[in-house]
Design a protein. Structure first.
Length: 571
């Protein structure tokens, strides 16, 4: 009896099965070849117009879904298209290659650009611009250009017209030239630009001055700057952490994650209150991060006087606490061994899906809150991890790590309250969760001082805000329910709104080639007050109108309708 190794037998069996499959395939092909032509499915060639239409649809799908052109070479996609067209529809369709689709995308983009330019030319009389400069994951810088305007029926239109590379120094002149080139391509004139919304950088301010347009800082940038005063890393903590892709441990004292060049896991807080991991977000270059930290430092220094020692001390303490948690997140982010151990604890001992700690970046909005929220979510597994450092196997594996690196209970309590800083009622709820701890009163006093300091910074930062933002909100009746304005501000906003309406009517009448039928004669050089009075006369009727007109039921109905509208708008 001849013996064979198991692998030899398996190989022989596999060869036999493959030969049997090839034989069956040959028999099937031979049977098909000898079948009568009448029984074979005849494919119909599509017309050139249909082929061009299909190419256009495919180009739009690739462009709008941000797909790579290489997707057109995926065999399973081609097989899917072949099955739909040839097997089901009985038509032969040529799937274009990457070169053809690239040309179609360029053509469609040019057509859409021309159509949009024509639409803007006919519907946009005045406009404002928002622009921003940011760095991609590959450290390439881009500048965006977004147009905003309101049509005659008060439809708000917003178009992201340009996103283009912006290399080199971001000086005021370079930014102004870049925006000017974009406006020229879209045939937009700076004379009818009512506002340029920018970031708070001094070069952006200088660019707006070069262009000669009204400008203001983006409110979102301002909010990010103010909140950074209580959470951003300290200026002197900008040491570079270099993990060098090794498995060695990184000491967590006086280290920061922002200087890391490796991507971090970015997370989003969902309605459930938990974080879910998403795509990795690269850290910005260290120079940009340090510039963001310096901006926060300058803002705090200039906004808080030397007498505000309580506010400065509270902000400093809170930033020190945030730094402790930031260092902890950095350690796990740079240590694969620690991350793997934490994953095992979560899955095996806590019976839950593993979550990773995330690090923040000064230039990434909400990243600090995401970092703290994830730490809070992993509080119990982290406690479990550090409690095992006394075991021999953990001591050998994590020699550079000790339990004193874990934040203290008062620091955990502080960031839990800091996460809900906007609502003072939650302070007491969080305090009840920790019981009567000795640090409870001290931490509550600290976070209340931080809250007062942040409110003071908000007041200082928004003190110079353009008043246009106040009266424009009167176009939305919901704003008045918030009761955020003083009575003097409300009266001034009403006056500005009516004056703006009068100016708009005067401009529209001045641009009209033919007079409006039955329009009241107005002085050639009417004052804003005259125009305002004329607006009210048009809406409610003038005092010198005929008495019969005032008693007319139709007129009274319109008058009541106008009055109800004014009540709705609180005018």
């Amino acid at each position: 009896m001849e013996k064979y190794h198991m692998e030899v037998l398996l190989h022989a069996k596999q060869t036999q099965l493959e030969e049997r499959g090839r034989s069956a395939k040959r028999q099937l092909e031979n049977a098909y070849d000898h079948a009568p032509e009448s029984s074979k499915k005849q494919l119909t060639e599509v017309s050139n117009a249909v082929q061009a239409y299909v190419n256009g649809l495919l180009a739009k799908w690739v462009a709008q879904s941000m797909r790579s052109l290489s997707i057109l070479e995926y065999p399973w996609l081609l097989e899917f298209i072949r099955f739909i067209t040839q097997e089901l529809a009985g038509v032969f369709l040529d799937v274009p290659g990457a070169t053809q689709i690239r040309a179609d995308i360029v053509r469609v983009a040019a057509e859409l650009r021309a159509s949009l330019k024509s639409w803007i030319r006919s519907s946009c009389q005045f406009f404002c611009i928002t622009t921003d400069i940011w760095t991609s994951k590959r450290a390439q810088r881009y500048m965006s250009f977004t147009l905003h305007y309101v049509e005659e029926d008060f439809t708000l239109c917003s178009w992201v017209l340009e996103v283009e590379g912006f290399p080199g120094m971001h000086t005021g002149g370079a930014i102004a030239n870049g925006l000017g080139d974009m406006m020229e391509r879209w045939e937009l004139k700076a004379e009818v630009c009512t506002l340029l919304v920018r970031d708070g950088d001094s070069n952006a301010v200088l660019a707006a001055e070069f262009m000669g347009v009204n400008n203001m800082s983006c409110i979102s940038h301002t909010l990010h700057l103010v909140l950074g005063a209580a959470l951003a890393r300290q200026k002197e903590d900008a040491a570079v952490v270099d993990a060098a892709a090794t498995d060695s441990e990184v000491p967590i004292a006086n280290r920061t994650p922002e200087s890391a060049v490796h991507p971090v896991t970015h997370s989003v807080i969902h309605s459930t209150g938990h974080l879910e991991q998403e795509d990795e977000v690269a850290q910005d270059p260290e120079a940009e991060q340090q510039a963001a930290v310096n901006a926060v430092e300058r803002f705090v220094t200039t906004s808080l006087s030397s007498r505000d020692t309580t506010a400065k001390s509270a902000l400093g303490q809170m930033r020190d606490i945030a730094q402790r948690f930031r260092s902890l997140a950095t350690y796990f982010h740079k240590s694969p061994k620690a991350t793997n151990r934490l994953d095992q604890i979560q899955v095996k001992d806590w019976k839950r899906s593993s979550l990773h700690l995330i690090t923040d970046c000064p230039t990434r909005w909400n990243s600090r809150r995401d970092m703290l929220a994830r730490l809070i979510e992993l509080h119990a597994p982290l406690d479990d991890f550090f409690s095992r450092l006394e075991r021999p196997e953990f001591k050998d594996e994590f020699r550079d790590l000790s339990r004193d690196k874990l934040p203290k209970p008062r620091e955990w309590f502080a960031i839990r309250i800091k996460a809900v800083l906007g609502d003072s009622d939650i302070f007491s709820k969080q305090a009840a969760l920790v019981g009567s701890q000795e640090f409870q009163r001290e931490v509550l006093e600290l976070v209340n001082n931080v809250r007062k300091a942040v409110l003071h910074l908000f007041t200082q930062r928004f003190r110079g805000m353009s008043f246009d933002l106040v009266w424009i909100t009167f176009l939305d009746p919901r704003f008045h329910k918030m009761k955020l304005l003083a009575q003097s501000e409300i009266e001034e906003a009403k006056k500005c709104l009516v004056d703006a309406a009068a100016l708009a009517v005067r401009n529209s009448i001045g641009d009209s080639a033919t007079p409006v039928p039955d329009a009241r004669a107005r002085p050639a050089n009417s004052s804003p007050s005259d125009d305002t009075a004329a607006i009210w006369d048009d809406l409610l009727g003038s005092d010198d109108e005929d008495v019969n007109t005032r008693t007319d039921p139709t007129f009274q109905k319109k008058q009541l309708s106008c009055a109800s509208e004014f009540v709705a708008y609180h005018i």
